[in-house]
Design a binder for this molecule. Structure first.
Ligand SMILES: [Zn+2]
Length: 274
């Protein structure tokens, strides 16, 4: 599943769409996440509008137009957004096509867990998809005091805490494992045990692993390719994720794997003892 760095990689590869005028809109008619269909009528109402910017909050992308509306997109598990020549045949599982003159912006999603909507920019923070999200760790930053105070109110593990999209938007399973290794924190540590100092270290680690992954164009997962169709190169830079029994890059202890709440966690039993 794409996480924040992969979505940021997609955002950057879509930047050539800025300045383009929307010339048409088409939808497959099939429902995406929760069976919700992309809003064809609202997309068609944007024909004639110009794309003025591309923003990201967590794993959500927002395509701003010169009208009061923006197009909201979430890639779900297997979604891809690509800019291709309009003459290129549509591949299977294409669900949204936004014509940009000689080019198309196409949304392809085999498993259909993605989201597509048109939002009013003035009230976008109240949109159900965005209202529940915590701050974006890269574009908004994270406030150590606020995060520490929030951690003390939760009865959960530090891994579940940083995966909670209402706490921090965009961190998923891969980068949660990576950040906890970097901060030298045990994934099962209870959040009320976080101190002001370890909270700061955790924030620094989250931002470092995300920035590093963005620099490497996201992690290449089975279904993830960026908007150009090219795979990311961060996979070889991961410290612990999917490295069972391989040596910890810091202390050479074998990396362990555990399953918490149905999700694999990779950690070093020696240097993540805190
Ligand atoms: Zn270690």
């Amino acid at each position: 599943m794409p996480e924040l760095p992969e979505v940021e990689t997609v955002r950057r590869t879509l930047e050539p769409a800025i300045g383009a005028r929307i010339s048409s809109a088409w939808c497959s008619g099939l429902g995406l996440h929760m069976g919700r269909k992309p809003p064809l009528r609202k997309l068609r109402a944007l024909v004639g509008a110009t794309i003025t910017g591309l923003r990201r909050h967590g794993k959500y992308l927002l395509l701003d137009t010169d009208r009061p509306q923006s197009i909201l997109a979430h890639l779900g598990m297997t979604g891809r957004l690509r800019i291709v020549p309009a003459s290129e045949p549509r591949v299977p599982h294409t669900h949204v096509v936004i014509g940009l003159g000689a080019r198309d912006l196409r949304y392809i999603d085999a498993r259909r867990f993605g989201q597509f909507d048109v939002v009013e920019r003035a009230t976008e923070s109240a949109h159900p998809a965005l209202a529940e999200l915590g701050p974006d760790p890269i574009t908004d930053g994270l406030d150590p005091e606020a995060l520490h105070a929030l951690a003390r109110t939760k009865r959960t593990t530090v891994k579940a805490f940083i995966l909670d999209q209402g706490v921090i938007a965009g961190v998923g399973n891969i980068y949660a494992s990576e950040a906890l290794w970097r901060a030298q924190l045990r994934p099962t540590l209870r959040t009320h045990k976080l101190t002001a100092k370890t909270t700061k270290a955790l924030i620094a680690a989250i931002q470092e692993v995300l920035r590093r992954a963005i620099e490497n164009n996201g992690t290449s997962l089975r279904d993830f390719v960026d908007a150009d169709g090219s795979a990311g190169s961060n996979w070889e830079y991961l410290w612990v994720y999917d490295r069972l029994d391989k040596p910890c890059p810091r202390c050479k202890t074998s990396i362990r794997r555990a399953v918490h709440q149905g999700r694999a966690t990779y950690y070093c039993p020696t240097c993540q003892a805190a």
